[in-house]
Design a protein around this ligand. Structure first.
Ligand SMILES: [Zn+2]
Ligand SMILES: [Zn+2]
Length: 345
């Protein structure tokens, strides 16, 4: 089969490798869609920056796959041949506290391995997946929908659940990349009557409005907080979610949070400095970090998406075949738009 590797220097290498065979508790997934994530670009594609959980081990890239199960190994009890699945992007030991809670991302064992980082991922014809990382897709969702779920929509959904978003909340999203778009779309389905989006890039603001991910947009910058307060009778937003991972995005989110509101940080990297009393203690703000999601929340999300008739693939703005993986990465790296996907026929 073919698999795409990321040797660094912003290059992609398509290599021919043996077809994998499933072992105990494993299934073989024929990949149908596999999206590119900002973290692939940040920590692997340009240069190999990561260590620990982010160390790239020269494996087939891609941690956002979906496809059809074509073979199951011994000891599989839940997933059958023919199942349409999205794949949670990290394999854990199954025994530590976080694994047992479904948060395989937080697995503390040395056997923890992320697809596309420490074990072969989804930019390939086939993926060898652990059965417990497979989430069956409802018929109403496409494979591309499924690929957008694990890391993108799952991360956004988790953040909104942690922020306890309901119909009582104006929601602010700072950073309107794929996770920010997902956060806005999902916040609407959870009942948020208004969603405000902030980004530096005019194309991203326009895309968010066009997709209905937000109701109003504010350009990022020094005036953003004042503009958001103007839109909210001076009060700010009950729930704020930063997906930008930038110091200014986080600061905007926190300073635009209403008193007694909740602020959730999901964008990775960077820093945040604040004066704790006026920004956090006196306004009684609950500040929460949220890392990816869990396997059970992802299963719940795919059901909700089907029920809401919300298709994550609407955030995909470019699609490429596996043979054009290099072009796909170039596009994603230059992107000021939505998600970039590798799709198979
Ligand atoms: Zn990702
Ligand atoms: Zn574990």
């Amino acid at each position: 089969m073919r698999g795409a590797y990321l040797p660094g220097n912003s290059t992609v290498e398509l290599r021919e490798v043996p077809d994998p065979r499933p072992g105990s508790h494993q299934v073989l997934v024929r990949i149908r869609a596999s999206t590119i994530c900002g973290s692939d670009l940040r920590a692997i594609y340009r240069q190999h920056l990561g260590s620990g959980a982010e160390a790239y081990q020269d494996v087939i890239a891609g941690h956002e796959p979906a496809g059809e199960v074509v073979e199951v190994g011994p000891d599989c009890h839940r997933i059958r041949v023919g199942a349409r699945v999205a794949v949670y992007h990290i394999c854990g030991c199954g025994q530590c506290d976080d694994c047992r809670r479904g948060y395989l991302v937080g697995c503390s064992s040395p056997v923890r391995a992320a697809y596309g980082w420490q074990r072969d991922g989804g930019h390939a014809d086939f993926l060898l997946a652990e059965e417990d990382t497979c989430v069956p897709l409802p018929d109403a969702l496409t494979f591309l929908d499924g690929a957008c779920v694990a890391c993108g929509f799952g991360t956004a959904y988790e953040a909104l659940c942690r922020g306890d978003v309901s119909g009582r909340d104006i929601v602010l999203v700072t950073g309107l990349g794929p996770v920010g778009l997902a956060a806005g779309l999902l916040a609407g389905k959870l009942g948020a009557p208004r969603r405000i989006g902030v980004d530096l890039v005019p194309d991203r603001l326009a895309l968010a409005l066009r997709l209905g991910a937000v109701d109003e947009v504010v350009p990022a910058g020094d005036d953003a907080v004042a503009a958001i307060r103007d839109l909210t009778a001076g009060r700010g937003c009950e729930v704020t979610v930063d997906t930008s991972g930038t110091a200014s995005g986080r600061s905007t989110a926190l300073r635009a949070t209403r008193s007694w509101g909740r602020s959730v940080m999901v964008g990775e990297g960077g820093s945040l400095t604040m004066e704790v009393s006026p920004m956090l203690i006196h306004p009684q703000i609950t500040l929460c970090g949220s890392w990816v999601t869990s396997t059970w929340r992802m299963a719940r999300l795919v059901d909700d998406l089907a029920r809401w008739e919300l298709h994550p693939e609407i955030t995909v703005t470019a699609r490429f075949p596996l043979t054009e993986a290099a072009h796909a990465y170039q596009t994603a790296d230059a992107s000021t738009g939505g998600k970039v996907a590798i799709v198979m026929d």
